[in-house]
Design a protein. Sequence first.
Length: 207
Amino acid sequence: MIESQPVRVLIATQNAGKVREFRRLLAQVPAMFVGLEELPRITAPDEDGSTFLANAITKARYYSQHFGEIALADDSGLVVDALDGAPGVHSARYGGDGLSDMDRLRLLLKNLEGVPKEHRTARFECAIAVANPQCHGEFMHATGTVEGRIIFEPRGRNGFGYDPIFVPTGETRTTAEMSADEKDSLSHRARAIEAIVPALSGLIGDR
Ligand code: IMP
């Protein structure tokens, strides 16, 4: 009997930590997930969209068309109401190049100086897009959000990015004070992944 090969899905990120996270959260999907670091390196597309979803679609289509395989891409960031939605799609480069995560969150706290607790509402958002080269780059997508607020001083050493200043609604700890499992249970990325699982499973089942 000839065993069929599992369908390959590219995880369109160079970030090995993110590839691990996707593999863990997509364990129920019967596909072989491959990170970009396992493939010949190509120039990344510009992420110049005005929404997380636009950037996720750009990346998924670009890698899917280039490698001729199903590609899954995400884009995420922090949206702060009192800053008119900043840093938003610019979260990774807020304040310019050459800043550390801690520099960026300090800048954000400075820009929120004088804003009282009740007006420090914010959310992490994540958009995921999956592009299928067999259908001319047609894509499916899902989004996930976690609501919360920005505190006044960073707390906690776990996670990354803006985690030390973000407290999810109904929690007293920042996401940097939570374990990886606790953060997975409420994170924007976990919610977006959960939402894409049925469509992704359907696509793979049809192959
Ligand atoms: P990207 O989706 O990898 O481009 O991430 C964009 C940026 O958003 C990251 O560099 C972080 O600054 C921020 N970000 C996204 N998700 C999280 C999170 O779960 N915790 C903290 N910061 C995040």
